[in-house]
Design a binder for this molecule. Structure first.
Ligand SMILES: NC(=O)c1ccc[n+]([C@@H]2O[C@H](COP(=O)([O-])OP(=O)(O)OC[C@H]3O[C@@H](n4cnc5c(N)ncnc54)[C@H](O)[C@@H]3O)[C@@H](O)[C@H]2O)c1
Length: 368
């Protein structure tokens, strides 16, 4: 029998989720909950799903649909209340990021899932892009050697007034950190297979920003295995062309990702080669002196679809006992912890040590 899915929210992300559920064999979209009735009607028609029931009230939907899995794609301020209701029925949840904007509330959701013996996954799907999988492999199998330092740049002029974008981040505190950087921080933890030990962060708001609170983030992360990473991320720039670059200098060369969803390159470094190149530089022209970047072949992805599909696949495998859930609520507490430690550092001007942060917030050691 196929697994029944109830989806909450039919907005921007809801549309992507609905397409993924439609494409995944063995599961069935059995109902939606959406408070904006006009939008619900429009989306059902667009997706050709007028036969699927749509509810305003979650309690009623849970009783009538009896889902096996609830996908939450509503703004973060609603996630806690929705999780409270869903976990009362012992139903598995995949929740959109950030789990909530508050650490206490996110911890509460993780505890509720534990109490209900239900699986809780968080939609950190960038991990399942082919480029992220390749990046992680090149680091974890030793190809690149030990990462020493890195610069992660994400610059985008995300005009919040655009019709096709969600609107709630306009009024959010720290919209960049909680809505966007959270994905980047999760990728760093995942791709380096390492944890962030301490953070220093500053955030600010350019005067022309369409967000009420800070869309610019600069942070310095220290990782447990010695890597230092400079992060600069923004949703407000003075140019409407996006820019992405993630460069990591390792003992065996540089790993360079040029696009958020693709484009991976490397160089080769050995001390011998460095000496030879330095000597050669006296004899040959400059162009030959510099090592070329070598492209690493990575299968292309349809971003937000293929990665989400793989996240769903992984989640279903986990509930069927075939693997450990990687993108669990417990795991997300670390990514969200780093994000909220950045907020704290930005407010206080202080370096935040993650172990102290977890202790102060009452995170049990078994979750770390
Ligand atoms: N993982 C990703 O790549 C990704 C991408 C975009 C958004 N998101 C996340 O998805 C979530 C939703 O974002 P979005 O861009 O779709 O926002 P959106 O505003 O476009 O859509 C949210 C929808 O939820 C509905 N809604 C609000 N309260 C509700 C309630 N109580 N019950 C049912 N429906 C309700 C709204 O009417 C709206 O249609 C956020 O947490 C966001 O961070 C994740």
């Amino acid at each position: 029998m196929s697994m029944k899915v109830l989806q909450l929210g039919m907005g921007v992300r809801g549309e992507q989720w609905a397409a993924v559920v439609r494409a995944y064999p063995g599961i069935e979209m059995s109902g939606y909950v959406e408070t904006n009735l006009l939008l619900a009607e429009r989306q059902l028609a667009k997706w050709n799903e007028q036969n699927i029931p749509c509810f305003i009230d979650l309690d009623e939907a849970l009783i009538k649909v009896k889902p096996d899995l609830v996908i939450i794609a509503t703004p973060p301020e609603f996630h806690l209340e929705q999780c409270r209701k869903v976990f009362k029925h012992g139903i598995h949840v995949i929740c959109e990021k950030p789990l909530t904007e508050s650490y206490d509330e996110s911890i509460e959701i993780v505890r509720l899932a534990e109490k209900a013996s239900a699986f809780l996954g968080v939609s950190m799907q960038f991990r399942y892009l082919n480029v992220s999988q390749t990046f992680r492999r090149l680091i974890t199998d030793g190809t690149m050697g030990r990462p020493s330092f890195s610069v992660f740049l994400y610059e985008r002029n995300r005009d919040a007034r655009r019709r096709d974008l969600n609107k709630y981040p306009i009024a959010m505190e720290q919209p960049m950190l909680l809505e966007q950087s959270v994905h980047h921080f999760d990728l760093m933890r995942y791709c380096y297979n390492d944890e962030i030990k301490a953070v220093r962060c500053d955030t600010w708001r350019p005067e022309w920003s369409t967000y009420n609170d800070d869309p610019c983030v600069a942070a310095l992360f220290e990782f447990e295995h010695g890597l230092h990473l400079n992060y600069h991320g923004t949703w407000t720039t003075a140019w409407n062309v996006p820019y992405f670059s993630w460069r990591t200098d390792c003992t065996n060369g540089v790993l360079l990702q040029k696009e958020l969803h693709s484009d991976l390159y490397r160089t080769f470094y050995t001390p011998d080669l460095a000496i030879r190149l330095e000597r050669a530089s006296w004899m040959i022209d400059n162009e030959k002196r510099f090592e070329p970047l070598i492209e690493i072949p990575v299968d292309p992805d349809v971003a937000f679809h293929d990665d989400t599909y793989r996240l769903l696949d992984h989640f279903i495998n986990a509930i069927n006992g075939k693997c450990e859930l990687e993108t669990s609520g417990v795991d997300h507490l670390k990514t969200l912890g780093v994000t909220l430690a950045c907020v704290k550092s930005s407010k206080t001007g202080q370096r935040v040590v993650m172990d102290d942060f977890y202790k102060k917030n009452g995170i049990p050691t078994k979750w770390l």
